[in-house]
Write a protein that binds this ligand. Structure first.
Ligand code: COA
Length: 171
């Protein structure tokens, strides 16, 4: 079965919602209500896709293209590529954020989602991208370094672990 990044699509509703429930159990993505997504999944998908065009974004957020990692016909993870950096993203958030559904972790999907995401970033015209992770996030650090991340520094993130910052050339 093939594994690829796809734009958000209602055909992945069941696995996406199952993943969202798992994230909620671990206290992540609580801003995305499972009930609301379940009630009108097409609207949820349109909202996710609209972020690439700067739609439905909280104040101060930049446009971000979101992709879902599909294995077979199931969504196992997601990745977002921000089109530009704000001062905050330059310090803390970076260009790219990703997550793998809790029940699908430690099977190599994390490394793969970033590799495929970097291909998309190249198509989008990036020459280099900034990746960040908490200094305590061993898995994410391995994923970034395994994809060519060059450590720049670690900077304080008040109230949270320091952020490690890496650049990856995508040319
Ligand atoms: C971080 C995350 C994406 C890892 O996804 P994953 O699918 O488990 O990653 P992989 O299976 O590709 O593992 C990559 C490497 O990290 C290691 N790893 C994964 N999770 C780990 C953990 N919790 N602790 C220590 N090492 C870990 C793996 O063993 C593997 O090591 P290897 O290269 O030596 O084989 C996933 O845990 C996640 O979604 N976390 C929540 C969101 C998040 O932290 N996103 C990143 C923000 S910067």
């Amino acid at each position: 079965m093939s594994i690829y990044l796809a734009l958000p699509d209602a055909r992945y509703k069941d696995s996406y919602l199952a993943g969202l429930r798992e994230y909620h159990e671990e206290g992540r993505y609580l801003q995305d209500s499972v009930e609301e997504a379940e009630k009108d999944f097409s609207a949820y998908v349109e909202k996710e896709k609209g972020k690439a065009h700067g739609e439905n974004l909280p104040a101060g957020f930049v446009p971000e293209t979101r992709y879902w990692l599909i294995d077979g016909n199931e969504c196992v993870g997601e990745i977002g590529i921000r089109h530009t950096l704000t001062e905050h993203l330059l310090k803390i958030g970076g260009h790219i954020g990703y997550s793998i559904r809790p029940s699908k972790r430690k099977q190599g999907y994390g490394k793969l989602i970033l590799r495929l995401g970097l291909e998309k970033a190249k198509e989008m015209g990036f020459e280099k991208v900034l990746l960040t992770c908490d200094v305590t996030n061993e898995g994410s650090r391995k994923i970034i370094e395994g994809n060519g991340g060059v450590f720049e520094n670690a900077i304080p993130n008040p109230g949270q672990p320091d952020k490690a910052r890496f650049w990856i050339d995508v040319v």
